[in-house]
Design a binder for this molecule. Structure first.
Ligand code: FMN
Length: 340
């Protein structure tokens, strides 16, 4: 796990539009990619510069062996990181040409090379602005105040990356999902390793490490377990529940699916997640996760069956207008970017 260097070098600012230094641009794309979400903020990626390309590699030293033994969520996080690199390229006026698993399984998750010039739109810059503003918010989320077309737009964003966002709408389906989340949560905790693993990623306010989940980034045990959908709690006995606040908790619930569950599906699921989250951020929404049934194999089958999903479930999301929550840290450039 990460400890900060004595002096953390600054990440590069956006290069000038006229910049003809490919490496400077690729480094800047990587500086945006590191803001991707990842399980327990493990940041399980490495950015490799190979002359004209930026590659995102899974970092096997950051596997979560208890809850992600097949590295599904690790690869998914790498897909989200590459999506942000592509967002940065487009906002900078460059067509990003991204290949998923360019050398097959065992190589990098995705490779980006620059295509021709891209005419930058307002929407491109809005997405880039949303990269550091996006937050995982585990507090009450209100979907009722969001634009009524948002669910449709989010489905289109997921589809654009090869994913499928299934919104859980009927009271029957919402109740069935709520039961499944609570049951999977209990079964995962009972299995034992989940809490032990999580403990290694919790960060007290004085902890200088630049990965893991700050212990205040949670709703607290009582509110997390009393919510309509049981949420994972990240608090320690003395910590403050920074995401707990009054307000309506009526999130949009959605399951992100892919056609199959191979490595390329997982990279695409990450890109679809990132596309959904950035678009939601632009629309004023925050998100958090209800992944317990996806992490418990028998519950994952039930999830698919109960909600009559055509694809394979990869993530369960809650989305809505949240609060002002602080941003978890990210690792410095010298730990993440390598030139070969
Ligand atoms: C694949 C994946 C799985 C995640 N699972 C959970 C989860 O089960 N519960 C939760 O509260 N957050 C979950 N998260 C959110 C991460 O904890 C969060 O992205 C990370 O702490 C960084 O915070 P940020 O998203 O605000 O930058 C998950 C994120 C990813 C990408």
């Amino acid at each position: 796990m990460s400890t900060p260097s004595a002096v953390t070098p600054a990440w590069p600012a956006e290069p000038e539009a006229s910049c003809d230094d490919t490496e400077a641009r690729l480094r800047w794309y990587a500086s945006q990619a590191r803001w991707a979400p990842s399980k327990h903020n493990s940041q399980p990626w490495r950015f490799v510069l190979t002359g004209d390309a930026l590659e995102v590699w899974p970092d096997p030293s950051r596997v979560l062996a208890e809850t992600d033994p097949s590295r599904r969520e690790l690869v998914l996080s790498c897909g989200a990181a590459m999506h942000l690199a592509a967002v940065a390229a487009r906002a900078h006026g460059v067509v990003p040409l991204v290949t998923v698993l360019p050398d097959g399984e065992g190589g990098c998750a995705a490779r980006l090379v620059e295509g021709g010039a891209h005419t930058v739109t307002r929407a491109d810059r809005d997405l880039l602005d949303a990269v550091p503003r996006r937050r995982t918010d585990r507090g009450p989320l209100d979907a009722a105040v969001l634009p009524p077309t948002l669910a449709f737009e989010l489905r289109a964003r997921a589809a654009g990356q090869g994913g499928w966002l299934h919104t859980v709408v009927t009271p029957g389906d919402r109740a069935s999902l709520s039961d499944l989340v609570a049951r999977a949560d209990r079964l995962l905790v009972r299995a034992g390793g989940v809490d032990r693993e999580l403990a290694g990623w919790l960060r007290e306010p004085t902890d200088p490490r630049t990965d893991g989940v700050p212990v205040e980034s949670t709703r607290g045990p009582a509110a997390s377990y009393r919510a309509e959908y049981v949420q994972r709690d990240f608090s320690t006995p003395e910590s403050k529940a920074g995401h707990d606040r009054p307000g309506p908790d009526r999130p949009l619930i959605a399951v992100l699916c892919t056609p199959a569950d191979g490595a390329s599906d997982r990279v695409r699921a990450g890109a679809a997640l990132s596309a959904v989250l950035l678009h939601a951020t632009v629309a004023g929404a925050s998100c958090s996760y209800l992944n317990q049934p996806v992490e418990h194999a028998p519950s994952r089958l039930l999830l698919r069956e109960n909600l009559r999903l055509d694809g394979v479930p990869q993530l369960v999301l809650r989305l809505g207008r949240g609060g002002a929550v602080s941003r978890p840290p990210r690792r410095p450039e010298d730990e993440l970017v390598f030139k070969v």
